[in-house]
Design a protein around this ligand. Structure first.
Ligand code: DAH
Length: 368
């Protein structure tokens, strides 16, 4: 018997392998030998891999070089074709297997991932969630979109004309006092600019830009010089609504408001309109909803009244149409403006408006 590790040291003549079959059998032996060496390679051991490669592909003393010297060179011309072909195949196989083994060795032990346990669970990145105010805005927008309103937005810096005058609030009108206004400091002589105190200026912008029918809501941030407390913030959010067309009556106004209240607070909620005053609506109303805490019986949430104040609204005052060039005899409509924080607080039972702005995850996490 010939030692399998040593057959490449001998010539084919010495091995008695002259026929193509015998030559193939010898190559198969060699290949099996390589296979067992490769299989026994410890994963992640680059040193052992290098030794294996040198033993087989080493230029001076590798097995393949020896086969070239001992089997190929002394062979007869007919044998050479067989040996040459088999040697090429063996070489390709050895090279390819070694490549694969090297990649495995690097990945397991010596490569860029060295020292990492890939079976450990990964670092979980927590997904963000929509802020409760955003969730409330999305819900408000969904409800009004479903009945034909579109959503528009407008500038937070306004002129006194859009924030006041065109809304029928002339200078020295007492309504200006209730909206303590931030004015932008500008070089002397520049036209006055302010941070809008409500989203109502977008009523004017919209009517200036389009003819009736108008059906819009305007979500956005507004500013007032209020000291922060549990119900006040110098910046907060409103949604304005405006619908103007040729045949909008108080009936459409009331129906829309009632539909909205039921969608937002539940189908059993009742709505009440209370006379009020806004310079840009006539008549004006406060919209109240039956208390979600006691269904109208009286409790702490509604301060024993059974009702909760939701928002201001009314039929657009014809004086406003005068500012935007609408024919007040042909067109009529209604408007409303609600505080988004207020709606969210009511909906979720939040008692401190400041919580919306503090970005405390212990608070935000409750609205996932
Ligand atoms: N702009 C008013 C405010 O901020 C709210 C309001 C009341 C808007 C009645 C309206 C409305 O459109 O009709 O206090």
């Amino acid at each position: 018997m010939t030692d399998a590790t040593a057959i490449h040291e001998q010539t084919l003549a010495v091995l008695g392998a002259g026929s193509p079959e015998a030559i193939s059998a010898r190559f198969a032996e060699i290949r099996a030998h390589f296979e067992s060496g490769a299989a026994g390679l410890p994963a992640g051991d680059l040193g052992a891999w290098t030794a294996l490669r040198n033993a087989w592909l080493g230029r001076a003393s590798g097995v393949l070089t020896a086969i070239g010297d001992n089997w190929l060179k002394p062979a007869t011309p007919e044998q050479k074709r067989v040996v040459g072909k088999a040697l090429n195949e063996l070489k390709a196989h050895v090279e390819q297997t070694l490549e694969t083994l090297k990649a495995r060795a690097e990945a397991a032990g010596a490569g860029p991932l060295s020292g990492m346990d890939l079976s450990l669970p990964g670092v979980r990145r927590t997904l963000g969630t929509r802020h409760p105010l955003r969730q409330t805005l999305d819900e408000l927008e969904r409800i009004f979109r479903s009945i034909g309103f579109s959503v528009v937005e407008g500038p937070e810096i306004e002129t006194p004309y859009y924030n006041f005058e065109a809304l029928n609030i002339p200078e020295h009108h007492p309504a200006r006092d209730t909206m303590d206004t931030f004015y932008v400091s500008l070089p002397k002589g520049s036209p006055e600019l302010l941070l809008r105190t409500h989203t109502s200026p977008m009523q004017i912008h919209t009517m200036e830009q389009q003819k009736p029918p108008v059906r819009i809501i305007v979500p956005g941030r507004v500013y007032r010089r209020d000291n922060p407390d549990s119900t006040h913030s110098f910046a907060f959010h409103q949604i304005e609504g405006l619908a103007v067309d040729t045949d909008i009556t108080f009936c459409e106004f009331k129906g829309t408001v009632e539909y909205f209240v039921r969608e937002f607070l539940g189908q059993k909620t009742r709505t009440r309109l209370r006379p009020s005053y806004f310079p840009f609506t006539e008549p004006s109303a406060e919209v109240d909803a039956s208390c979600f805490g006691c269904d109208g019986a009286g409790c702490r949430i509604c301060k024993q009244t059974g009702w909760i104040e939701l928002f201001g609204a009314g039929m657009v005052d014809p004086a406003v149409y005068g500012f935007v060039g609408y024919d007040a005899k042909r067109f009529s409509g209604f408007a409303f403006g609600m505080g988004v924080e207020r709606m969210a607080m009511m909906r979720y039972g939040i008692t401190d408006i400041q919580l919306f702005y503090q970005n405390d995850v212990r608070f935000l996490r409750q609205f996932e």
